[in-house]
Design a protein around this ligand. Structure first.
Ligand code: PLP
Length: 422
């Protein structure tokens, strides 16, 4: 028995874990299934995390940097026009898109760069999907004076081009990965290869996935999101939310939102995965809903796999959700029944972007729009006294070239032609 769920609370189990989540059946989720050459590097990071997560000076530095560099706390916004239009529960938004660089990702980047600094590292490696983690990593590296290389699948490199531009402007080397499906999965593999070749570098992994300590460590840094929601929701409504809804790619924004509520039985936690354009393999990125247990990229969790157990192709209109695996902590919480999993399609996410923009003046990232799409359906079924909080993990400006194609194709073509004529 790895975890005694009757003796300890979820929060303590996760933060004090040595990397295994859930009871062994056949083994706990998480772990550290890595080539031996990476072991010293991971052990060094795990030891630093175990030490600094309880170090008052480190924690003060972390909150100070969140406040002065990223702009925390982020806003907690009532959505009265949407609530009225939907006609059910009251809907609120936690605006993580107001963070510096446009998404929640900067929070774990700040935590990890402060650790890397204490470890005396000079060079940072990272992977990115939507470009938000890469953009945030590039920003903290520039801020703290560290050399930075970011790997990005070629498909993501092309569809999230504005973020490539920002990373390069910040002085980061962006490498487009041409292997495999050319998405996040291939970027993670390329980043690990770099780390094998350069073990003195620090691998700044961008979600609650990967080998120990990344799932627990990124959850630890991101938990500020739920802590702020608790306080802001109590100040605004006099009580806790009834439902917390977050999109799930690897799981960092969902764990950030959920963590502080894990031991609150009245708060329902809902993770929304990318339903894409169908339920067949290669048409979606719904790991918990449609994946199988397995080990990949150093951890045991749910992955999208074919009949032979090979990693299957994924699809989502949002690059940040277009990934084959999910946080081992979320896999554990899903099996426990503590976190409910749902999906939202590409089409529903695009419609949610438009609805939120036109009724509330907020343009969410396509990733976050999946959470909104499901939350709108949920709120419509609930009585008016219920409170639904949605984590707007990022802002939608980065998706310009995707949303424009769906919403205003003619003007995009006209604009591209105009640029070509210059
Ligand atoms: C805005 C935004 N939201 C959500 C995600 C999904 O990642 P995670 O599940 O780790 O929060 C990403 C990933 O790039 C993102 O950019």
């Amino acid at each position: 028995m790895i975890m005694d769920l009757t003796a300890t609370r979820y929060r303590d189990l996760i933060l004090d874990s040595k990397g295994g989540f859930g009871t062994p059946n056949p083994q706990p989720y998480g772990g550290s299934y890595i080539p031996e050459v990476l072991l010293p590097g991971l052990q060094e990071i795990a030891a630093a995390f175990d030490h600094f997560k309880y170090d008052a000076g480190f924690l003060a530095d972390f909150s100070d940097t969140l406040r002065t560099f990223s702009g925390r706390p982020t806003a907690f916004t009532p959505l009265p026009r949407l609530t009225e239009a939907i006609g059910g529960a009251q809907i609120f938004l936690k605006n993580e898109g107001l963070n510096h660089t446009g998404a929640h990702k900067i929070t774990h980047c700040i935590g990890q760069i402060l650790l890397a600094q204490r470890l005396g590292k000079q060079r940072i490696i990272a992977e990115t999907g939507a470009g938000q983690h890469g953009y945030a990593t590039a920003a903290v590296c520039a801020r703290f004076g560290l050399d930075c290389t970011v790997y990005m699948g070629k498909k993501d490199y092309e569809r999230q081009r504005p973020n490539v531009y920002w990373m390069e402007l910040l002085g980061t080397k962006v490498v487009a990965v041409e292997e495999g499906s050319q998405t996040l999965n291939d970027a993670v593999i390329a980043a690990f290869k770099d780390w094998v070749a350069n073990p003195d570098s620090y691998y700044l992994l961008g979600s609650a996935v990967g080998p120990h300590p990344y799932p627990a460590m990124n959850t630890f840094f991101q938990k500020i999101v739920g802590e702020e929601i608790r306080q802001q929701c109590e100040e605004t409504t006099g009580r806790l939310p009834d439902y917390c809804v977050a999109c799930v790619g690897g799981g960092s924004n969902a764990m950030g939102m959920f963590f502080d509520f894990l031991d609150e039985e009245t708060v329902q936690l809902i993770g929304v995965e990318a339903g894409g354009r169908g339920t067949k393999p290669g048409e979606h990125a719904a790991k918990v809903k449609r994946g199988k247990k397995g080990i990949f990229e150093g951890y045991h969790s749910y992955f999208l796999q074919d009949e032979d157990g090979n990693i299957a192709a994924t699809h989502s209109v949002s690059a940040g959700l277009d990934y084959c695996g999910v946080s081992p902590i979320l896999a554990f919480l899903a099996d426990e029944g503590r976190v409910q999993f749902e999906t939202a399609s590409d089409e529903a996410a695009l419609a949610a972007v438009k609805k939120l923009a036109q009724l509330e003046g907020i343009i969410p990232a396509l990733e976050s729009a999946h959470a909104f799409a499901y939350a709108f359906e949920l709120a419509a079924e609930l009585p008016k006294d219920k409170i639904v909080v949605v984590n707007a993990s990022g802002r939608g400006e980065k998706d310009l070239f995707i949303t424009m194609r769906h919403f205003q194709e003619d003007s995009l073509i006209a604009y591209a032609q105009h640029l070509l004529q210059k």
